[in-house]
Design a protein around this ligand. Structure first.
Ligand SMILES: [Cu+2]
Length: 128
């Protein structure tokens, strides 16, 4: 329980950080820090576990379609629904099924996604 709570806390801190200099100096050996980069037209798989989203931070190219493929692998937690509040997107995530969501980030836009109650958090960070 302690370990799970620690990972969740770390994920929340990482997800809420919008500091690019911090991302550049991220410690690669920290297993709790999950980030990935996406280029134009890429698909990024986001696994939804009981602890949250992996990766929880996705760097994307602005102005290019990005497809997130959500796959929920755990019935623990409340990841059965994913919400993009800024884009008015709300989708069910059936267990072990892939659900694709395609969107085009604007320059310097940070697009948050959460579970249905806003507890699990992830962010798409768009750069030019
Ligand atoms: Cu929730």
């Amino acid at each position: 329980m302690k370990v799970a709570a620690g990972i969740l806390t770390t994920a929340l801190i990482a997800a809420s950080g919008c500091n690019s200099t911090k991302a550049e100096s991220s410690v690669q050996t920290d297993p709790a820090e999950t980030a990935t980069s996406a280029r134009a037209g890429e698909r990024v798989t986001v696994t939804v576990t009981g602890q949250g989203y992996e990766p929880s931070s996705i760097d994307a190219a602005a102005g290019a379609p990005l497809t997130l493929v959500f796959k929920r692998t755990s019935d623990q937690g409340c990841g059965h629904e994913v919400v993009f509040p800024d884009r008015n997107i709300r989708r069910e995530l059936p267990l072990n099924e892939e659900v694709e969501i395609t969107l085009t980030p604007a320059a310097d836009e940070h697009i948050a996604f959460t579970c249905g109650m806003g507890m699990l958090r992830g962010t798409i960070v768009a750069t030019r």
